[in-house]
Structure formats: structure tokens, C-alpha cells
Design a protein around this ligand. Structure first.
Ligand code: ADE
Length: 322
């Protein structure tokens, strides 16, 4: 049974530029779902038709992956498109990080390893199919009632197996007249609205307008490892522009761009962060061979075959969203 009439709509779970996600209960089957509702006229007006089709196609390709939110069905009426998604009762990973920080001062290393492993298994599934998520961050990782993590929000998904066209860089080094590359010029105003992803997690190749590959997600995974391990992001600045300068300076190994690593950061977490935050996508750990990533010390406590099967007890059971 399809159609909006089959659902009792409840509260808003999330709002984006193009969609609302609303909690609903199926009248025929009785289970909870999250319905992403998009206004067709808005999609048309903003030229987002292709992105919405790509999101749907990618979610369908991932139907079997336990580390990706399931798309149950889609339907439409005259005005709206509806994506009926698996409901993640545990909220998103940023909420879990905040709660664990308040309750116990941060995540234990085994918790950071558990979430990173869950996210990696979702990414591995996508990457094997040529898909780049392009907006990996804790807000887009949802927890089910038991605490297992699933990738969500495929609104920026890219089929990287289709020819990736370089775009104009967001930030570009400029010559200061004496051959020193000391300044950056930005094309942000020209490109406003065409940037996919979130500033803090964006990879240098995206900033520099180079072709995007699935390795952009490995850069964001590096940011996530640092965040899960320290409670804060590796790159922070008062403005997006300064932030992007920092990201590029770090990627290029400039002297003034050291990672600000707190003493509490374990060598394994720091090592994995650095192995993922490599300038060239192909050099990021896991880009060439997933086993290289899985064998890193950071995952010493992870039993990968049980993690893949979903038989590991999650280290934290999130309180249900009310
Ligand atoms: N917020 C966005 N998508 C969601 C989902 N599938 N479940 C719960 N909350 C969400």
C-alpha cells in the first residue's frame, strides 16, 4: 500500500534546503518510518531534479547494506515527492557524541573505533559501486534503536564512475609577484550554491576544483576519527574562507599548518587521522585497498567479520528520540 494516505504523519525530524524529514507510522504495517518530503516545484526551480534521481538510485543500490538507511518506497502526488525511509530511533551521531561528552567526558576508544568501523562499512559498500557520499559528517550518520550506525542523507551523492569533470576551484593559490604562493583567491561568490558538502569536512581536491572521487569520503572519515577521539574538529576557523585556507595549508604540508592534537589523542587515533588526511586521494588509507584501513591499530578491538555481520553489541544504546 503506497501513498501518503497510508501514513500518520508526526513531528519533523530534520529540515534541509530541499526537504523535510517527518516521522510517520504506516497504517497498514504499523511500523515507524521517516518520510523525506520534497516540493516538486522547488526541485524544478533549483535544478535539483538530477540530484534527487541520483539519491533515489543510490539508495536503491544500497538496499542490502545494513550500514546504509533503507529506502522502503517512493511515491508522489501532484505537489510532492516522498521517500519512505527506515526510521533511525537513536537519532544521529552528533547527538550521541554530545551526550557521551556530557555523561563521561567523551567517547572511549572502543566507541570511536565502533562508529568509525560502522561508517567505513557503509562507505566501502558505496565506493565499491562507484558512489561518493560527499557529505559525511556525524549529522548524516544515524543510529538505530540498538545503537548500530547507518549512513543517511544521500542528497550530495555522486556517481564517481561517471566521468568526473573538474570544476572551478573554490580556493586557489595566487602568486604574490615574487613566485611565492602565499595568497588564496576565492571564487566562492561565483560558485555560491554549487558547493556540495559541509565546510569542516571538505577535502582539498573539492576546494581546488579537481575531479571528485570516492576518496573525498576518506578525508571526511579522517575528520570524523579526530572528532570521535577528541570531541572537536581537526580544522576550525571563524569563517569558511579561513577554514579552507587551513585545510589546503595542512594538505600541502605547510609549516604553519600543524594539526592541533590534544595530549589525550592516542597515537593510533592520531596515526589513522593523518593517514586519511592525505592531500592526494589515492594516498589515503583504504583508497587502494580496504584491508589496509581495517588492519590499522586504531581498529585493534574490532572484529571485522562480526562487525560486517552486525553481531557486535553496540557500545552505547542511545535514548530514543522523543
Ligand atoms: N532524520 C533524518 N532521517 C532520519 C531517519 N531516517 N530516521 C530518524 N531521523 C532521521
Amino acid at each position: 500500500m503506497g501513498g501518503p494516505g497510508n501514513y500518520r504523519f508526526g513531528r519533523v525530524l530534520g529540515e534541509g534546503a530541499f526537504a523535510h524529514v517527518i516521522h510517520a507510522r504506516s497504517k497498514s504495517e504499523g511500523h515507524d518510518v521517516a518520510i523525506k518530503v520534497m516540493l516538486k516545484s522547488h526541485i524544478e526551480r533549483e535544478g535539483k531534479h538530477h540530484a534527487v534521481m541520483a539519491e533515489q538510485a543510490a539508495l536503491r543500490k544500497c538496499a542490502e547494506c545494513p550500514h546504509v538507511i533503507t529506502l522502503e518506497r517512493t511515491f508522489q502526488d501532484e505537489e510532492y515527492l516522498f521517500f519512505v525511509l527506515e526510521y533511525a530511533a537513536g537519532g544521529d551521531l552528533s547527538r550521541a557524541i554530545r551526550r557521551l561528552q556530557r555523561a563521561q567526558g567523551g567517547l572511549k576508544p572502543e566507541m570511536a573505533a565502533f562508529y568509525t568501523a560502522e561508517v567505513w562499512l557503509g562507505l566501502e559498500f558505496l565506493h565499491e559501486r562507484g558512489l561518493a557520499h560527499r557529505d559525511l559528517k556525524p549529522e548524516n550518520v544515524l543510529l538505530d534503536a540498538s545503537g548500530r550506525a547507518k549512513l543517511a542523507d544521500f542528497g550530495a551523492i555522486l556517481d564517481a564512475s561517471a566521468a568526473a569533470r573538474p570544476s572551478k576551484p573554490l580556493v586557489e593559490a595566487s602568486d604574490d609577484g615574487e613566485g611565492r604562493r602565499s595568497k588564496y583567491v576565492t571564487h566562492l561568490s561565483e560558485r555560491h550554491g554549487s558547493f556540495e558538502g559541509t565546510a569542516e569536512y571538505v577535502s582539498p581536491e573539492v576546494l581546488q576544483g579537481e575531479p571528485t572521487t570516492t576518496a573525498c569520503d576518506l578525508w571526511a572519515l579522517g575528520c570524523l576519527v579526530f572528532q570521535l577521539s577528541t570531541g572537536r574538529l581537526p580544522f576550525r576557523a571563524p569563517t569558511d574562507f579561513l577554514l579552507w585556507e587551513k585545510i589546503i595549508a595542512y594538505a600541502e604540508g605547510r609549516d604553519d599548518a600543524a594539526l592541533d592534537t590534544p595530549a589525550s589523542l592516542s597515537p593510533a587515533a592520531e596515526g589513522l587521522t593523518r593517514a586519511l588526511l592525505r592531500k592526494e586521494g589515492k594516498d589515503r588509507l583504504g583508497a587502494a585497498n580496504g584491508a589496509d584501513l581495517e588492519n590499522h591499530d586504531f581498529f585493534g578491538m574490532v572484529d571485522w567479520s562480526r562487525q560486517r555481520l552486525g553481531t557486535v553489541s553496540p557500545p552505547y544504546v542511545p535514548p530514543k528520540l522523543d
